[in-house]
Ligand binder design. Structure first.
Ligand code: GLU
Length: 451
């Protein structure tokens, strides 16, 4: 059976780093077995869902390189939910309820006041046909609950958490449909997973109790409507927290735009999120095939995964140092060619910094005032460079000749040259930089520095 996974965001906001992580893991899980990765837009909540967010989700996944193999939208599947609902109703697994929100709230408070868990008391289940008809005649529309099988011990082997056990009698019958006919998350999601043949549901641990309820919804749907269906495997990953160990507001709003603006490469973000919270080392892995091959739910820990910006920056630099010219060419400064990229790349923390470093080549460069003996040395360098042949390794030839002529070595040999030629004490390898600066500019810079 091929693996089918899905990423199911609700388009009520932009994707944040936690969603991105879930999307990535579902993508990796599918790719690992040559399976299918579905983007499912959970937009049954018409009031809060926005088309602009649907588009932003697609654009973010494209930027991340996590293109789905298929896309589905819950708002386009209402008839399917209707049919599934009818089948559950015929099987006696959904029932109408008429309590108002205030009544339910009061029931909850009374239960809590008595030290009891706030489980729905199923009062609606004991309404007679006549009582139901009377309510409806009064114009009161019911909402609908799924009737759990209280006798069942709910169990599953979670891909991350291991064996999970729930006592169904400790759970409230979930509301699956509102009085206005609209759907809550619980039923459509299970219907879709069955209808689309989803084999693996991988999501955050905030969904564990939903899974307990949904496992019974799956069983009921399979019996009532999807005889060939199978309940998916479940895995719930520990939540992502900030460095300080708390669920931070900041993480909840940190999305692709912010990363892009900060110069973070998608590959860096993916390399971090693929391994964060696992026992595998976090490394600047630019090659997705490696991430796919090594992805293993068995290595995921149960402790919250800590997201650390400095770790992301470190990975980003590591990724930038591996990027090929062709990957970055459109983002590089005007005139910067492949040799320029290779010379400058090792100094970059972000691709954007290439602008600044490229100015060392194109100039103008600002040089500090030199001490008289260094100025004299640079004068010597100017004369020496004038006679050298640029077809060889010009930096090696220049420094070798100067070493011989002046007896300088080490820092006094190299540093004034670097300062005069680039205006900086540090930077890219001069052996690569000097040919890019070229004869004319180099001669001019040395002459100016010599005074
Ligand atoms: N729309 C749900 C959410 O964003 C999907 C959860 C699921 O993966 O089933 O939380």
């Amino acid at each position: 059976m091929t693996t089918i996974t899905r990423f199911a965001p609700s388009p009520t906001g932009r994707l944040h780093v936690g969603n991105i992580r879930t999307a990535l893991h579902n993508w990796l899980l599918a790719r690992k077995s040559g399976g299918t990765f579905i983007l499912r837009i959970d937009d049954t909540d018409a009031e809060r869902s926005r088309e602009e967010y649907v588009e932003a989700i697609r654009a973010d996944l494209a930027w991340l390189g996590l293109a789905p193999d298929a896309e589905a939208r819950q708002s386009a599947r209402l008839e399917t939910y209707e049919a599934a609902f009818a089948a559950l109703r015929a099987a006696g697994r959904v029932y109408p309820a008429f309590e108002t929100a205030q009544e339910l709230d009061l029931k909850r408070k009374i239960a809590l006041g008595r030290g009891l868990p706030p489980i729905y008391d199923r009062a609606a289940l004991s309404l007679s046909e006549d009582e139901i008809a009377a309510k409806q005649a009064e114009g009161i529309a019911p909402h609908w609950r799924f009737r759990l099988d209280h006798a069942e011990r709910i169990e599953w082997d979670d891909g991350v958490r291991g064996r999970q056990v729930f006592d169904a009698a400790q759970l409230s019958d979930p509301v699956v449909r509102r009085a206005d006919g609209s759907w809550l998350y619980m039923l459509p999601s299970a219907v879709d997973d069955l209808d689309m043949g989803v084999t693996d549901v991988l999501r955050g641990e905030d969904h564990v109790s939903n899974t307990a309820v949904q496992s019974q919804i799956f069983t009921a749907l399979i019996a009532a409507r999807y005889p060939d269906g199978r309940t998916p495997r479940f895995a719930h990953e520990a939540l992502l927290v900030g460095r300080e160990g708390k669920l931070s507001k900041r993480l909840g709003s940190l999305g692709c735009d912010a990363f892009r603006e900060r110069g973070i490469e998608p590959e860096a973000l993916l390399a971090l999120l693929a391994r964060l919270g696992t026992s595998q080392p976090i490394e600047p892995i630019a090659d997705r095939a490696t991430l796919v091959k090594t992805f293993d739910l068995g290595t995921f820990g149960r402790a919250p995964a800590k997201f650390d910006d400095t770790e992301l920056d470190r990975l980003n630099a590591g990724i930038v140092h591996q990027l090929d010219y062709a990957d970055v060419a459109p983002r590089l400064p005007e005139g910067m060619d492949e040799a320029g990229w290779h010379a400058i790349r090792p100094n970059l923390a972000t691709v954007g910094e290439a602008q600044e470093w490229w100015r060392l080549v194109t100039g103008p460069v600002e040089t500090p005032p030199f001490a008289p003996e260094d100025a004299a040395y640079l004068e010597e360098a100017h004369t020496t460079l004038a006679d050298l042949d640029w077809s060889g390794d010009i930096w090696r030839d220049l420094t070798a000749a100067l070493k011989e002529r002046t007896g300088r070595k080490g820092k006094p040999l190299f540093l004034p040259l670097r300062q005069a030629l680039t205006g900086r004490d540090h930077g890219p390898d001069m052996g690569e930089l000097l040919p890019l600066i070229g004869r004319e500019r180099a001669m001019r810079r040395l002459a100016r520095a010599a005074g």
